[in-house]
Design a protein around this ligand. Structure first.
Ligand SMILES: CC(C)(COP(=O)(O)OP(=O)(O)OC[C@H]1O[C@@H](n2cnc3c(N)ncnc32)[C@H](O)[C@@H]1OP(=O)(O)O)[C@@H](O)C(=O)NCCC(=O)NCCS
Length: 160
């Protein structure tokens, strides 16, 4: 192979997607200026929800989150990226792997912070598990519709 040709090697990260990106704020810090672990856990939960939603329009609840080890601190002003991939598809549940990486505000360096495996379960209106492959179980009741992106296509109203 021509050594100038980029190799097609796939990395284990190729199938993950960016579910959330946030900037840490003073309200998230402890008295030492680093971010509370629980704040990151909350975003892990939300990122898992974003990934689960890809598999069905339902109420999704968090059934479990496995052990979470923080290997580097998150600092004030860091940009925190939450990457997700679906690890396992069950019947009513999906297991989502969340990788958390920061981009340091001062240097731009990327640092791995933690990973978590989160089990999300689709539940119906009665809060009982339902197969996530079933048709949407939540509707838009109470949600205002988006504006028509192509108003020119709307049928013209007859003017009085
Ligand atoms: C999660 C919950 C819906 C499971 O209800 P359940 O009646 O015990 O469910 P079942 O035993 O029938 O299991 C349903 C699915 O959930 C999975 N599951 C249940 N508990 C689990 C756990 N602790 N960890 C991982 N997966 C779990 C099962 O493996 C099953 O998956 P599958 O259908 O893909 O095979 C129920 O326990 C619940 O509502 N918990 C509270 C969730 C919540 O409110 N989270 C936010 C807390 S603030």
């Amino acid at each position: 192979m021509n050594h100038m040709t980029p190799s097609k090697k796939t990395s284990p990260n190729d199938d993950r997607r960016l579910a959330l990106r946030i900037v840490t704020m003073p309200r998230d810090t402890n008295q030492y200026g680093t971010i509370f672990g629980g704040v990151i856990l909350s975003y892990i939960d939300q990122a898992s929800f974003v990934e689960a939603r890809r598999h069905g329009v339902h109420r999704w609840v968090t059934a479990s989150m496995d052990r979470v080890d923080f290997i580097a601190p998150v600092q004030l002003g860091d940009i925190v990226n939450f990457y997700t991939r679906t690890e396992r598809l069950g019947t009513t549940s999906v297991t989502v792997l969340v990788d958390v990486e920061v981009q340091r505000y001062l240097t731009g360096a990327t640092v791995a912070v933690t990973s978590a495996s989160v089990a999300m379960v689709a539940v119906g209106p009665d809060c009982k598990p339902i197969p996530f492959a079933s048709p949407p179980s939540v509707d838009g009741a109470g949600i205002c519709p988006d504006p028509d992106p192509n108003p020119g296509n709307a049928p013209q109203k007859a003017r009085p």
